[in-house]
Design a protein around this ligand. Sequence first.
Ligand code: URA
Length: 258
Amino acid sequence: MDPALLHARAALDWLLELGADEAIGEEPVNRYALEARSAKPAQAAPPVAAPFVASAPADPVAAARALAEGAGDLPALAAAMDGFDCELKPGARSFVFADGTAGAPLMVVGEAPGRDEDIQGKPFVGAAGQLLDRMLAAIGRDRADPDPARAVYITNVLPWRPPGNRRPETPEIDRWRPFLHRHVELAAPRVLLILGNSPALALLNRGGITQIRGQWTEAAGRPALPSFHPSYLLRNPPAKREAWADLLALNARLRAPS
Ligand code: URA
């Protein structure tokens, strides 16, 4: 292959690895040419304010715990999370807190925002979210419906999109865990649906979703059912059979008198 093309390809791969996986303009911009043009008139550079550098707390997990405990309601929790220092924040576009009806009997916990969620500022709005909506509809639930008999509340372990849609890393899960526990306490669902390994690690301190799915357990003091993440179901359609069994068990639990 032409060496220039090879270099361009390597540069693109490098950008993708850094999480720059989408174009934000219709036309490419040659920043070198812009720099050269703006450098021509040799003027003294205006004084530049020192960049603001947020000081990371020495113990981020303890800081998260203190902030989470101090949040008395969901808006206060959202504000505390939005202000919490995190390496993911500068690379993300939106803070993604939750969707649906807080106080719904069912709370769904996913992993982290992806590209579409980052753009819209809501959890589960991309392809996996559309599958999740169809799964919930199959058991008579709808995130847009405030009627408690149908309502759902949806959130993620992380409120910021990890670069390149990578999985949350263990230190990130540890840091955001106190907020998620407080989120569950404040939303007070009757039942939790835990979708995939990351929320299982955050809420149950264990992964291995293939082994634990379909087995009722307890998380943050509530009955919780781990199941497959819809992204996994999109990649592995045969696993929908087990996911369906989990949904039926979830529905039976939600319909049982509390
Ligand atoms: N996957 C998730 O876990 N959460 C989202 O919000 C979207 C995709």
